[in-house]
Design a protein around this ligand. Structure first.
Ligand SMILES: NC(=O)c1ccc[n+]([C@@H]2O[C@H](COP(=O)([O-])OP(=O)(O)OC[C@H]3O[C@@H](n4cnc5c(N)ncnc54)[C@H](OP(=O)(O)O)[C@@H]3O)[C@@H](O)[C@H]2O)c1
Length: 257
């Protein structure tokens, strides 16, 4: 268990205002990390940081829109000045503005999906890596999706960005390993959060889908994902890099995507 301890480590989470990112922020803080809670919405992040501090943890909030490279710059230089080190980066934030045939994706939705889900994690990792190197190494966790392994119905461009994020994970794992920076991805299955709420709007349909398609007869919870991210971020996974950890209750293994 000591290898899961994050005491003295500094963790940046992009997309931590709710859902999987919020739960990960709480889990990291419980393990002793200082957590930089970020998303587009500073107020929502401040609430998460306040909850962590009220529970005895260490956290602060900053605005970071994954699509805005100037935000990346500001957050990384603020961490360098305030905390003086960076050990963990979680690229968690994502968007999925178009449900329907990929061929009918409006160009604005295509651009936004690629900008937030792929270009954002790419440039944030590029910006974060030198500070991680100066800190003696680090761990990057990219939150992809099972839809990056097999495309989700009606979620074509989102699935394409998640497949590219898995490839990006492998590229950076190869290029940053000699700086003692590990890079891994998490591929969550259906998880009960806002981004998936449209997929679970019909309670009866969700129940029968779970019964049919999931080996474990429930949808995922943010805590299931946060604990897997904690493993990948911590020294417990110190010889793991370039890997995609599927956490989906058996959905992919059943060929049920
Ligand atoms: N839930 C699922 O079934 C599921 C399945 C597979 C993969 N995932 C992945 O899990 C990750 C977390 O999603 P979730 O399920 O926890 O959904 P969620 O509750 O909707 O949370 C999404 C997070 O992303 C942030 N975000 C959105 N756009 C952003 C941007 N431009 N810049 C920075 N942050 C941004 C949101 O913050 P603000 O709105 O405050 O900016 C929020 O904190 C995503 O990468 C998603 O693709 C989820």
């Amino acid at each position: 268990m000591a290898r899961l301890d994050l005491t003295g480590k500094v963790a940046l989470i992009a997309g931590a205002s709710r859902g999987i990112g919020e739960e990960t922020a709480m889990a990291f803080a419980e393990q002793g990390a200082t957590v930089i809670v970020t998303s587009r919405k500073l107020e929502a992040c401040a609430e998460v940081a306040e909850k962590i501090v009220a529970a005895g943890g260490k956290a602060r909030a900053m605005k970071l829109h994954l699509g805005e490279l100037s935000d990346h710059e500001e957050v990384i230089s603020s961490i360098e000045q305030e905390e003086g080190r960076l050990d963990i980066l979680v690229n968690n934030g994502a968007t999925n503005p178009h449900f329907g045939p990929a061929t009918e994706t409006p160009v604005e939705a295509w651009d936004k999906t690629v900008e937030v889900n792929l270009r954002g994690p790419y440039y944030l990792t590029v910006k974060a890596a030198p500070l991680m190197k100066k800190s003696g190494g680090g761990s990057v966790v990219n939150v992809a999706s099972v839809n990056g392994i097999q495309p989700g119905f009606g979620q074509g461009v989102y699935s394409m960005t998640k497949a590219a994020l898995i490839s990006m994970t492998q590229v950076f794992a190869q290029e940053l390993g000699d700086q003692n920076i590990r890079v891994n991805a998490l591929a969550p299955g259906l998880t009960q959060t806002k981004i998936a709420s449209a997929l679970m709007a019909n309670e009866e349909a969700t129940k029968s889908m779970v019964e049919r398609n999931f080996s474990l007869k429930r949808v995922g919870q943010p805590q299931d994902m946060a604990e897997a991210i904690l493993y990948l971020a911590s020294d417990a996974s110190s010889y793991v890099t370039g890997h995609t950890l599927v956490v989906d209750g058996g959905l992919t293994q059943r060929g049920a995507l």
